[in-house]
Design a binder for this molecule. Sequence first.
Ligand SMILES: *Cc1c(COP(=O)(O)O)cnc(C)c1O
Length: 388
Amino acid sequence: MADKPRSFATRTIHAGEQSRVADNAIFPPIVTASSFIKRSLDDTPEYSYSRVGNPTRHAYESCVAALEEGVGAVACASGVNATATVLELLPKDAHVVVMNGVYGGTFRILEDFRGHTSGLTTSYVDLNDLDAVAAALQPNTQLIWIESPTNPLLRLVDIKALCELAKARGILTCIDNTFCSPWNQRPISLGVDLVMHSASKYIGGHSDLTGGIVVAANETLLARLRRISMSIGAVQGPFDCYLALRGLKTLDVRMERQCANALQVARFLENHAQIEQVFYPGLPSHPQHALCQRQMRSGGAVVAMRVKGDHAALNRLVEALQLFVLADSLGGVESMINHSWSMSHCSLSAEQKHGMGISENLLRLSVGVEDYRDLIDDLDTALAAAAG
Ligand SMILES: *Cc1c(COP(=O)(O)O)cnc(C)c1O
């Protein structure tokens, strides 16, 4: 892109590099070729084999890297695969400090697999408590895994403060930025080394693709990630790269609408008699609202709530909803609702869930791009049904 500094909204449309194969196409072509022909023994074409590099994937990777203010990115088959790719950076028997209440799939890779296959050990800490972080560090601590905001209770981590601590000790930092997307939070500008996304959520934005991506803050890390990605080969295919890049074109307008809608929904819920508690970093009542204002552009598009009522009441609520769909995902243009207890966190014991603050009456909303007045009306009707 031209040298002028452009706004985020403009970059969502124009960032990213296109292959010379069709450099005047208004949208990068889907290149499905597995291999690229060399014209002579001495020919060193830009692309040779699609596991190693692919023009459609490159267009997508370079766009996300530009939006995240990194030097490059590696697109992976899914979000959890992006996490696994990052973990390949670690030597065996490494120790990782992990945010309390991290995404379940991240926990599963760390505990059920890396613990056994590469001797990896973990400490789960509230990363806002820098004394607790310092106390958890061991001589072999190689990585701090951040998630902010967390799912589903939307607790934040002071990214800048944490990265200062990590940098002073030469420890790598990686953040799962899925809940924010680069629209809402730019962790590399706050000192993070690696940014990971489930592109299945806001980056894709249309609930029609599974993907993940890792952005590197420097060339050394990027080169190592590229080597890992081409070695393990769980790369994102060209069709999905196309879908993700197409989704990115509207990231700015989607996020703007979704986050504005979420604030309206959170305000409505906060004043509703049927609601016990609302979790939304964009509300002044959120204990980390000041931090949210410092490091995020808005409170985001996810809202969680505890509803007064038992299981039957929650079921009446969910069944009465006409716009919010009960689903395991988030980040799409359509509004969704999730029951953490029986859905995203169902593999945990009741004790573990209570310990994390996940109660049976907790519901998570992923607010879409619909008209917020219709969304509020939908929730109002459903909350009345829950009250019975
Ligand atoms: C969905 C999600 C993931 C995993 O991504 P997949 O694309 O489902 O593999 C990781 N982190 C967070 C925060 C997520 O919401």
